[in-house]
Design a protein around this ligand. Structure first.
Ligand SMILES: [Zn+2]
Length: 102
C-alpha cells in the first residue's frame, strides 16, 4: 500500500502489480483494520485480504481525549516518513523551491 493520491489508499496487486480496488474494510480496533481488495487487471482478477495498522504517532493528536495514544515514532521512522511524503508529491515544497531558484 502506498500513500494516497487525491484521497484514499492506493495498493498494488501482490500477484501482478496492477492497481487494486479496496472493496471493503472493517475496523477491528482503533489501530487495526482488515482490508479486502480486488485486482483491476481482468487477466488476474485476484482478490486478497490484508491489514492496515497505525503503529506510531508522527505528531500528537489535538483532541482532548484521543481513543488511543500511540508512541512517538523513532527518529529514523520520522525521517523516512518525511522522505516518503516528498516522493509522493509532484509539487516542490517551499524549501525545494528556494533551493531550485538559488
Ligand atoms: Zn493482479
Amino acid at each position: 500500500m502506498t500513500a494516497p493520491t487525491g484521497g484514499g489508499y492506493r495498493a498494488n496487486c501482490p500477484a501482478c502489480g496492477s492497481a487494486m480496488r479496496i472493496r471493503g474494510s472493517k475496523d477491528q480496533t482503533p489501530t487495526f483494520k482488515t482490508m479486502y481488495g480486488q485486482c483491476s487487471n481482468v487477466a488476474c482478477s485476484g482478490s486478497f485480504t490484508g491489514s492496515l495498522t497505525w503503529d506510531y504517532a508522527l505528531s500528537p493528536s489535538g483532541v482532548d481525549s484521543p481513543r488511543v495514544v500511540l508512541p512517538v515514532a523513532p527518529a529514523m521512522q520520522r525521517m523516512q516518513a518525511l522522505q516518503d511524503s516528498r516522493k509522493q508529491s509532484n509539487q516542490l515544497d517551499l524549501l525545494d523551491a528556494q533551493e531550485a531558484t538559488a
